[in-house]
Design a protein around this ligand. Structure first.
Ligand SMILES: *[C@@H]1O[C@H](CO)[C@@H](O)[C@H](O)[C@H]1NC(C)=O
Ligand SMILES: *[C@@H]1O[C@H](CO)[C@@H](O)[C@H](O)[C@H]1NC(C)=O
Ligand SMILES: *[C@@H]1O[C@H](CO)[C@@H](O)[C@H](O)[C@H]1NC(C)=O
Ligand SMILES: *[C@@H]1O[C@H](CO)[C@@H](O)[C@H](O)[C@H]1NC(C)=O
Ligand SMILES: CC(=O)N[C@H]1CO[C@H](CO)[C@@H](O)[C@@H]1O
Length: 509
């Protein structure tokens, strides 16, 4: 069951407005959240508060990055570049977001798009007012500026590709079987043995290396600071895609067991001490009901121990079942990202695919929700590692498995909040329509002594490279519409976060 308990918090600040030591010239109403916007939920006796939207920005759909390619959707993942987040103590905050697109413009089939990430500088001027801003004024609340691009490569400096993983590079000493593009795809090299990557999650480590989770494997790869493959994590057999017992990583057909096609590790996050890496599957595996939206809500969360030498493989140390929310029609709202909050507690972004660039203009659900695994059953190392033993046949959870607690939290399509930033949900499908595919989460401290557990929650959308003026590998393409890459920032209270842990995770002291 999805537990949704909303309660309006009427917490009125008790601070004195006549205090002679208050030197601020800005009206209090503009520097603090409006209590009327607060919506709170309970999780394990703790009150989490959504204080409303505070920032909006965009990168135009037709923007071209330094390689000459269309910038594209960045929302597949975002992360704060370590050490860049700053409170400017003038009401603004600045920093750099590392943003990661997925596999390029792929409406007419997959393309040879090299995996990459971009640095995007931002200046956040939180807007707390109740007046509806115009769409152009709203864009001043989060100014985003593209800086540079970092490309991904594997051994021998070979580029990764976005092409469908129709082939398998056999396992070799130190490497598992690798999803690769098919040699028969008509491109110059006949033996196109390039690693196929559909990047989704991104975790930046303090030593400069970074982890990327993908949809083909679904694998988790670690790259060096300059984008060279260092380590590969292959998931357990229950998640690997097998077609009648034969490993096949293609995204074009569903396997008979393992992750459904295009439903890989969308969620990736690490603990602030960098000892545990968590990966969350977008929706259920095929054997767990993954072949239909009406049965695929029981997905799996994995934990890996990273506290091992670089030469050995991170070990799977935990696995739990996460019950995704379900819409009115009984269809699963798959998740697109997760973020560590505190021990056993995570944010999970679940949503439909409607909105700008989506199937329908009206979205019913896009939320950054909360999960708690403290009471959930750890199934790793049990019979459920074998695809022959589903955790949820036809979507009915097996007896004896306690899933994670799932609580609705930040509604990203709240009409009141969208209107404050000149945005809307539902028709007309113009530039102010909220994007369909929000797929990323990042947290940064507000630094408010009165509200020490307040954080900015950043999210960005994947626009699927939808522009009428697209550029890729020196060629033009027309995606049929202009869908900007939108960014939003919310302010939230996360009471369980230990003091200094978010600061530690983004390298800010
Ligand atoms: C939308 O947000 C407002 C606060 O801005 C809140 O009062 C309202 O209940 C929210 N509506 C929904 C449907 O979440
Ligand atoms: C993008 O589109 C805008 C508005 O149509 C136009 O002014 C701008 O020149 C275009 N930019 C690029 C890089 O094509
Ligand atoms: C903001 O816009 C919404 C949606 O159009 C409208 O319902 C609301 O009354 C407006 N609020 C203000 C304060 O103008
Ligand atoms: C994987 O399946 C696809 C689609 O059925 C097929 O075209 C491809 O050849 C298969 N690859 C392997 C390695 O069996
Ligand atoms: C800015 C812009 O051109 N927006 C377009 C986005 O796509 C819709 C269709 O979904 C167009 O109607 C908008 O004009």
């Amino acid at each position: 069951m999805v537990v949704l308990s909303f309660l309006v918090v009427l917490a009125v600040s008790l601070r004195s407005f006549s205090s002679p030591v208050t030197s601020s010239t800005t009206p209090a109403s503009l520097t603090e959240p409006n209590p009327a916007f607060s919506v709170s939920v309970q999780l394990d006796g703790q009150t989490f508060v959504n204080k409303g939207m505070v920032g909006f920005g965009l990168i135009p759909a037709n923007f071209t990055e330094s390689t000459g390619d269309t910038f594209g959707g960045v929302g597949s993942a975002i992360a704060l570049k370590r050490g860049t987040f700053r409170n400017n103590h003038d009401g603004t905050f600045s920093g750099t977001l590392v943003v990661q697109p997925d596999r390029g413009f792929n409406i007419d089939g997959t393309v040879d798009y090299q995996g990459r990430q971009h640095d995007v500088d931002f200046v956040l001027s939180p807007y707390y007012g109740g007046t509806n801003l115009s769409f152009s004024a709203a864009q001043k609340t989060l100014k985003v500026t593209y800086r540079r691009t970092r490309l991904y490569a594997e051994r021998h400096n070979t580029k990764t590709t976005g092409l469908d993983a129709l082939a398998v590079r056999p396992q070799s000493p130190g490497f598992p079987a690798i999803p690769t593009a098919d040699p028969e795809i008509p491109i110059p090299s006949l033996n196109f043995n390039h690693l196929s990557l559909d990047a989704e999650g991104l975790v930046l480590m303090s030593d400069g290396t970074f982890w990327v989770s993908d949809e083909y494997g679904p694998y988790i790869y670690r790259f060096t600071v300059d984008g060279h493959l260092l380590q590969t994590i292959q998931p357990p057999k229950a998640i690997l895609p097998f077609q009648n017992g034969i490993l096949n990583f293609t995204a074009s057909v569903d396997p008979t067991t393992g992750r459904a096609s295009n439903q890989g590790f969308e969620g990736l996050t690490v603990t602030p001490d960098e000892k545990t890496l968590y990966a969350l599957l977008q929706s259920a595996t095929i054997q767990d009901g993954g072949s239909s939206k009406s049965t695929n809500r029981f997905t799996r969360l994995l934990a890996y121990n990273l506290a091992v030498p670089l030469t050995s493989r991170p070990q799977l140390i935990g696995e739990w079942v996460v019950p995704l929310p379900v819409n009115k029609k009984g269809n699963t709202l798959a998740q697109s990202e997760m973020h560590f909050v505190s021990k056993n507690v995570f944010l999970v972004l679940s949503r439909d695919g409607d909105g700008h660039g989506g199937g329908d203009d009206t979205s019913d659900y896009k939320q950054a929700d909360l999960i708690d695994i403290s009471k959930a059953t750890d199934i790793h190392g049990t019979k459920f590692d074998d695809p022959a033993n589903p955790i949820a046949t036809n979507g009915v959870l097996a007896q004896g498995i306690v899933p994670a607690t799932y609580v609705g939290f930040v509604n990203l399509i709240n009409d009141t909040q969208l209107a404050r930033f000149g945005l809307h949900n539902g028709s007309p499908a113009d530039q102010t329509l909220i994007d369909a595919k929000w797929e990323s989460l990042a947290l940064a401290p507000v630094g408010d002594a009165k509200n020490p557990n307040d954080y900015f929650l950043f999210t960005a959308a994947d626009n699927d490279f939808l522009t009428t003026e697209g550029k890729f590998n020196g060629q033009s393409f027309n995606g049929g519409l202009e869908n900007d890459s939108q960014f939003m920032v919310y302010r939230v209270t996360l009471p369980t976060v230990p003091k200094g842990s978010i600061e530690q995770s983004i390298g800010v002291v």
